[in-house]
Design a protein around this ligand. Sequence first.
Ligand code: NDP
Ligand code: 8X3
Length: 252
Amino acid sequence: MDKVVFVTGATSGIGKSCAFRFAASGYKVIIAGRRSDRLAIIEAALKSEFSTDVFSLMLDVTNRENVDQAIGSLPEKFRKIDVLINNAGLALGLEPLHEGNPVEWDRMIDTNVKGLLNVSHAVIPLMISQGKGHIINIGSIAGREAYAKGNVYCATKAAVDSLSKTMRMDLLPYGIKVTQIAPGAVETEFSIVRFNGDEQRANAVYKGFEPLHPEDVADVVHYAASLPAHVNINDLLLMPTAQAAATQIYRV
Ligand code: NDP
Ligand code: 8X3
C-alpha cells in the first residue's frame, strides 16, 4: 500500500493507537506531538513491528509558525497525505466557570480548536493538489452534551463538531472527506492531564465500568478511513456500553 496517514497527538492514547492501527494495515505514518522522546520510541516500535515508513514531527499544534514550517518541510514521500487525524487535544480542570483558570481556558481553546485549524490549514492544500484526502476530527461526547463544570472543554469540542460540518461543506468540491469521530470515556492519559497529574483522581474516572480503550477508537477511525471512495461517515458517536450519556455511567 502506498498511503500516508498523519496523526496529531500520536505520543499517547488515541493518537498512538491510531498510529499503530494504520501502520498495521500498511500505511506510511507521520506521527506528531511535542514530546520528542516519546516520538523516538514510538517511531522505533512502529518500524520494527510493521517495517513501515515512519516520520516523526515534533510539533506544537498551537504554534502556527511551527505547524507551517514542519508540514512545509515534510519529505516528498510523506507529502501525499491520504488521511489526517486531528486528534491532539486536552482538557484542563473541572470547575464551575467562575472558579476556572483562564490560562487553562486559553490552552484548551488554542489546542483543541486553533490547533485543529492550524494543522488543517497547512494540510488541506496538499490534499487539494492531489484531488483527494480524508480528514478525521476527534470530537467528543462533550461536544454533544455540555456537562456541569465541563464549560470550556465542552465548548471546544462543540467547536470541533461545528468545524467538522463546515469543513465538509468547504471541501466538497475537492473530493476531500471529513469525518468526526466523537468518543465517550476512553482510558488514556486524558484524565491525568485534566487533573494535573493527580493519578488517584484520574483513576476514579474509570472505576467500576469498562471504558473504551484507545485501540477501540483507533479501530473505528481506521474503519472510517477504509470505506470506498464514494462512502463517508460524516459523524459517529462511540460510547462504552456502560455509558449512556455524558454524565450517566453505570458503575458496579
Ligand atoms: P492523551 O492525553 O492520552 O493524548 C493527548 C495527545 O495530544 C498527546 O499525544 C499529546 O502529545 C497531544 N497534544 C496535546 N497538546 C498538544 C499540542 N499543543 N501540540 C501537539 N500535540 C498535543 O489523551 P487522549 O488520547 O484521550 O486524547 C486524544 C483526543 O481525544 C483529544 O482531542 C481528546 O479531547 C479526545 N477525546 C478523549 C476522550 C477520553 O475520554 N480520553 C473522549 C473523547 C475525546 P504531546 O503531549 O506529546 O504534545
Ligand atoms: C472526553 C470525554 O466526558 O471526559 O472528551 O469529556 S469527557
